[in-house]
Design a binder for this molecule. Structure first.
Ligand SMILES: [Zn+2]
Ligand SMILES: [Zn+2]
Length: 253
């Protein structure tokens, strides 16, 4: 199992052992590409199916897309802060907390954020059934509601947006845990979220700061960002550490 680890890593005491033990508990047949493929197949088939119902869009129906993006971003902030980092008492909540706070955050720290290989993707990607639940339980009821109250196109555009946003979350979080390269370093939004999320992996601030995984809108809005910048600066901050709040640094190890 040792050969699956990074050759040189900036590990904290016990992190290497945690990673080794985690890998030993993953089923032998696990394959990162199949995991990723299943998530994008479910999402892709869903988006294709939802799109096939859209006909003759009126211009104002498109407005549901930016509105949904804002709510999806705030939902991402909320679920990360209040479910993934808190052991709540409703079905599935403890498993989500355990997978994120007790596993994902032990596996990666701000000093060592990298996968050692495709076998480590399991600790970052959500299980495929989570997307099915997200579509069927969290998005579909709103489609029925929007269809009744506004129009069927608005309902279908809503679920296309939420499903796409979920896939975007997976891509952006994944990009936070790959090795630095010319693409992730220079791609706007990806470089911003890499710094933002690496800072979140510091145990000193992980329960309260930098909860967004796509765009740091919720963190900017609710004051839970480690940066002291405006919204535009937050979005295009990249790897810049100049605006990191001074008192945040003091809390760090
Ligand atoms: Zn992470
Ligand atoms: Zn977290």
């Amino acid at each position: 199992m040792e050969d699956l680890e990074l050759k040189s890593g900036n590990f904290f005491k016990g992190q290497k052992e945690f990673r080794k033990e985690y890998r030993e508990n993953v089923n032998g047949w696990y394959n990162g590409f199949i995991h990723l493929g299943m998530i994008f197949s479910i999402g892709g088939i869903g988006i294709y199916y939802f799109s096939s119902h859209i006909e003759k869009i009126i211009w104002w129906e498109w407005l549901i897309v930016p509105i949904t993006l804002i709510f999806a971003n705030l939902f991402e902030w909320w679920i990360h802060k209040y479910v993934m980092h808190k052991p709540l008492n409703f079905p599935g909540a403890k498993a989500i907390y355990s997978r994120h706070t007790l596993q994902h955050h032990q596996f990666f720290t701000e000093h060592e954020m990298r996968f050692a290989g495709t076998h480590d993707w399991r600790v970052t990607l959500f299980p495929p059934y989570a997307l099915a639940i997200f579509i069927a339980v969290l998005s579909a009821p709103a489609v029925i509601f929007l269809n009744l109250v506004i129009s069927s196109n608005v309902g279908w555009l809503f679920i296309i947006t939420t499903t796409s946003f979920y896939l975007l979350y997976e891509i952006m979080h994944f990009c936070c845990h790959v090795d630095d390269n010319i693409f992730v370093r220079n791609m706007p939004f990806i470089n911003t979220i890499r710094r933002h999320h690496a800072a979140h992996h510091n145990k000193g601030i992980m329960m309260a700061q930098n909860m967004n995984l796509t765009f740091p809108f919720g963190d900017w809005l609710f004051g839970t960002s480690d940066l002291n910048r405006g919204l535009f600066g937050h979005f295009f901050n990249g790897y810049n550490k100049k605006y990191v709040k001074k008192n945040i640094n003091a809390n760090k190890d």
